[in-house]
Write a protein that binds this ligand. Structure first.
Ligand code: CXF
Ligand code: ZN
Ligand code: ZN
Length: 374
């Protein structure tokens, strides 16, 4: 029997989250139904609210950074049992495609379908429905802003029974995205000078990744004083309000050369942010572009002469170039050993009904990562 669940849905964009009842399908083969425990309030869901990130089908139920407990398991679906704890990966990993089998699970071919929000193997079928039977799309195939959600096993990582899911939910996006932006995409090396633009949930994870990789200087830029202070508690060595100040600092630490690695994790990215990071980066250095902005935006105003003559690299980063099946358990272990801080990044918990408040607080710079506790 489908389960009735309260969920935060977006009916149009721009719009806002509305709490409504949805019907959550029984799990089919290779699916599991999850009772959610916690879900992080990532800026990417807000990009759906504003319409910066359009999805194919509305209404859509948001949320992509979640963890919960298996309620039921589809037929002939090995590997999961009711009661198992699960962290979602916001990108599915089939394990078989070219990308999954060559160390790039974040680029799994199944990712092509996740903005539709239906079953990838049966694209006209949706796992969530309104009372009248009309479809509700699942953001990135998971929709973690619902008390219950049915997902493909491609999107689920089983974790140990003693995992604190109210913290581990961050492994579903922020931790891998931020930490991986520094450690994987940026390949930060001991002694490096790293510049991080924007220190919300993703940026503070990038700070931790850079510090753990041995960066000598981790310079963060954020206009919000609370965020700058928070980043310093999590490993930033210097915190300033503008990119210009950060560029000067980076030069002062590197004999005038500039940052080895710059990471752009601003809430709403523009070409100007990438250009600022580019200008602050040394010859043969790397600019990692992690943030999202308006989907239709094009163009980065950088010097093409500098690009060629200084051999700088500008690279995109999706889920921190990580392999969720390996890296979610790896980051969980780093959390258990005290190397990765999650508790400190979660500054405020909200109920599902308070979701719009959570996003207001995010915009006002009052939280680092807000988390919904179900
Ligand atoms: C994003 C990446 C693009 C789709 C939405 C989620 N990553 C992190 O929030
Ligand atoms: Zn996210
Ligand atoms: Zn794949």
């Amino acid at each position: 029997m489908p389960i009735t669940s309260r969920a935060a849905v977006i009916r149009e964009a721009p719009g806002k989250f509305e709490i409504t009842e949805v019907q959550v399908d029984d799990p089919r083969q290779n699916e599991i139904r999850i009772k959610m425990v916690a879900s992080g309030l990532c800026h990417s869901d807000d990009h759906v609210v504003t319409g910066d990130l359009p999805v194919a089908v509305y209404p859509v139920c948001g949320g992509h950074e979640g963890a919960g407990i298996v309620e039921s398991v589809g037929p002939n679906t090995p590997g999961f049992a009711p009661g198992d704890k699960v962290v979602f990966s916001f990108l599915p990993a089939c394990g078989k495609c070219r990308w999954c089998s060559s160390g790039h699970q974040n680029l799994c071919d199944l990712g092509a379908t996740v903005l539709v929000g239906s079953r990838w193997e049966d694209p006209t079928s949706f796992r969530l429905k309104l009372e009248d039977g009309s479809p509700v799309a699942q953001f990135l195939g998971i929709s973690t802003f619902s008390e219950y959600t049915t997902v493909s096993v491609d999107s689920a990582i089983k974790v140990a029974d003693d995992t604190p899911l109210e913290k581990a939910c961050l492994l579903g996006c922020a931790a891998g995205t931020g930490w991986g932006s520094a450690v994987n995409s940026g390949d930060v090396k001991p002694g490096d000078t790293v510049l991080i633009l924007g220190v919300g949930g993703i940026g503070t994870m990038a700070v931790q990744g850079a510090a753990h990789a041995g960066a000598a200087n981790v310079i963060v830029v954020d206009p919000v004083a609370f965020k700058r202070e928070h980043a310093q508690e999590l490993g930033a060595t210097h915190a300033v309000a503008t990119a210009e100040e950060a560029a000067e600092l980076a030069q002062s630490f590197t004999n005038g050369q500039g940052a080895d690695v710059s990471i752009v994790t601003t809430g709403v990215i523009s070409g100007e942010h990438v250009a600022q990071a580019f200008a602050a980066t040394r010859k043969a250095g790397t600019v990692v572009v992690t943030a999202l902005g308006k989907a239709t935006d094009v163009g980065v105003p950088i010097s093409l002469l500098e690009l060629t003559m200084y051999e700088k690299t500008v690279k995109g980063s999706l889920f921190g170039s990580s392999n969720p099946r390996a890296d979610i358990p790896r980051l969980l272990e780093l959390y258990r050993n005290g190397y990765l801080k999650l508790d400190e990044v979660i500054t405020t918990e909200y109920s599902l009904d308070e979701i719009n408040q959570g996003y207001e607080d995010m915009h006002a710079g009052k939280n680092i990562r807000g988390v919904i506790r179900f």
